[in-house]
Each structure stands twice: as structure tokens, then as C-alpha cells.
Design a protein around this ligand. Sequence first.
Ligand SMILES: *Cc1c(COP(=O)(O)O)cnc(C)c1O
Length: 459
Amino acid sequence: MMKRTYIAEPFRIKSVEPIKMTTKAERKKLIKEADYNLFALDSEAVYIDLLTDSGTGAMSLHQWAGVMEGDEAYAGARGYRKLIKNAKEIFGFEFIQPVHQGRAAEKVLLPILLKEGKFAISNMHFDTTRAHVEIAGARAIDCVVPEALDTTSKFDFKGNMDNARLEQYISELGKENIGVIIITVTNNSAGGQPVSMQNIRETHAIARKNGIPVLIDAARCFENAFFIKEREAEFHKKSLKDIVVEMFSYGDFFTMSAKKDAIVNMGGLLGARDKKVFEVIKQRCISFEGFVTYGGLSGRDLEALAIGLFEGIDEDFLRYRVGQMQYIGAKLEEAGVAYQSPAGGHAIFVDAQKMLPHIPYNEFPAQSLAVELYIEAGIRGCDIGSYMLGNNPDTLEQLKADFEFTRLAVPRRVYTQAHLDVIVDALIEIKKRASKIKGYKIIEEPPILRHFSAKLAPL
Ligand SMILES: *Cc1c(COP(=O)(O)O)cnc(C)c1O
């Protein structure tokens, strides 16, 4: 891969948040007290927090000014009208409902499309999307292209739907049993990997032919649009807004966690095209989220989101943003540290199995690398591997994940080039002593979603 230079920030810093510095000896003690679970650390104990890019971005002065202008009226707030106007312009959808975060949109929408005996098929379901498919009584099927499974493959659109397999599923399961086809942009679980416009068009054509509605899971739709512009010749000269409008034109619905690409600490959106269905959505929103003109958000949040949509789709911002991942990726490549490549839009997924080949999946190499990164430099990432996957619910045996990733998700507009160098240097140091690093065993675990609260001990 070409060596990338760092693309300088298209902003300057007006307000700073000091970070507490800790020593290696202190961190060894702190992580032991946290039973080697990074979720149990106080955030003050962390130097560079890469646990998630969700709700962790830095708002601009315009967004903070919007916070002060927030109209907290229960009904008909100014910020609501501004948000709907901006969102309609960006997404080209007829009907849009604000909600408090992405999973709230899923909770409101998915039971309208799914019930027992039905299936949802996606390029990859995000965990909460899968959960809401299952809560509705349906089953979730992932259908990503095989290139996504090879971390060294340089395929441009590893987030794509495997459309041949999609057609096969539809004919095997019966089109009347597929409640929805979900296109997740970017494909978070495959490593923040983009989906091409060509692929979205094909998926849409298959859905139309079979009369199945399409839902766009749009958490990182602006990063996806940026990749389309860079990597699909037809779009090199198109504006990001035109690309987003075309992407969304292939959806009957969209759900969006605005905590990602819209750079707010809290917020979400739900879009529909059918007036009758939207009436049902509004009623369900009133029950679960609150009245339609605030949808579970404060007036100040509505303002920050209305403004954040335009900042999130800004091309100079996205070039810098995606450039941060490409910068880390190029440096890791140089140092021989394997990761899901090419780098995705919001995170680097380090291939911990390649770094720690002597640690078997049931001793959690990706968790082990996450702990080492914390001890080495105060960096907090997380395991996306067998530790997160958990046990077979019937046999209670540890499941083996396809990948052992240590995910380093980068918050928007928060860390500088020097911080990124700290991350790269820490990984290089760890690689030098990799053969001496040990795995972990679990000493206490809850039955579901154990990775948040399990206790571990080094082997
Ligand atoms: C974060 C996310 C969600 C859920 O959104 P929340 O705001 O966390 O509730 C859904 N889908 C994708 C792809 C996401 O990344």
C-alpha cells in the first residue's frame, strides 16, 4: 500500500479536555483491579479511548451555539422543524422521525416489518439490529461477500452484500417470508467496510423484483458516500450530497444512529416513504420515545443534530476523518502489523490472531492484545472475537469466532496525529514482545453479553 501522509485537520481547537496521565505501573494495577475487563475501567484511567466512535465525537462551535438556542417546547419546537428540513434535504426522504438513538428507530420500525416465521437478510446485522429482529420473533441472516473474511485482501468494497447468495436465500426461504433486506452502510461488523453504489443498485433490483422492502441502516452513510466517491469511477466528480441521495433512493426506510456520522452525543432518525406506514411509525414513536416533535430528544439535541448532519457530510471533514484510519493503516502495514485492510471508515480492526498466533481462540487473543494496549500506553480498545462471541447456549462450550479482532474505534474530531502515533508505536512495541504475551481465562461471567461484565485472569 502507498504510504499515506496525515491529512491535516480542517478545524482548529477552541476548547480542550485535559487527560490524566498514568504510568505503566499504575495501569498494571488498575487493569488488575478491573479484572482485566476494559469496560470496568473508569474513563479517567484511560489516555486514548478507542472503545467506540459512537456519541464520542467533538461538537463544533455551531453545534454548541445550537444547544443554547434549543427550544424545549413539548410540541412544535423550532429545532424539530429545522432538523426535518435539513434531513429531508440530505436524505431525500418524504417522512422523517427523530428518535433518541439508532436502536430506538429499530425498536419502532422492525416489528412493523417482521414477525415470527419471517427473516431479515443483511450484508451484516449490527448487534442491536439483530436483537430487534429477534425480539420481533424473526431471524437474522448475514450475507456479506467472501472477500470480507480475508483480512489481507485489498478488495475496495468488503462491506458489499453477496447478491448471488441473497437471491439463493430468497428462493430457498420464499420471498413472502423475507420481511426486509437491510443494507448496513458502512458495514460496521466487517470492519467499517464500504458498500459500493453498484452493489446497492443490484440489491435494490433484487428486492424490487421480489416485492421485499429495503431498509438502509445508515449510521455511517457519509463515510460510505466518501468511499464511493473515491473508489467508484462514476462518482469521482459527484457531490457527496448527490451520492447520499442516490444511495437513499434505493431504500424504502432508513434508520440512523446519529451518534456516529452526524457527530452528536445522542440522537437518531427514522425515515419512511409510505404515508400510511409513517402514521403507524408516529404512533409507535409516541408510545416508546415521546411526542413526534421531540422523539426522545431534548430541544437542544435536535438543534445539535440539525447542524451536525451538514458537518458530517462535509467533504474536507470526511477526507481528514477517513484519512486518519488510512494513516494508521499505512503505518501498521509498514510495521507488519496485520489488520482488516484496506482501513475502514471509523476504526482499525487489528488481526490479533496474526499478532499472537500462540494464543488459541479460547484464551482470547484479541482481549489479550486489548489489555496489552492499555498497559503499554493507556489505550482502550475492545475485543471483537471469541471473547465477545461467548458460549454455545446449549452446550455452554466456548464458540470460535471467524476473526480475533482488537477494534480501535476513533472518535470524530477528538484525537490528533500525535495520538495516532502513540497508538501505532504501542502496537509496534507489543509486537516485539508478542511471543511472551499470555492468554486469559474467564473466572466469572453472566449468561448473555458477557464481555461487558465478565471477570478475567491471566493464564
Ligand atoms: C451504532 C449502530 C446502531 C445502533 O445505534 P445506537 O445509536 O447505538 O442505538 C445500529 N446500526 C449500526 C450499523 C450501528 O453502528
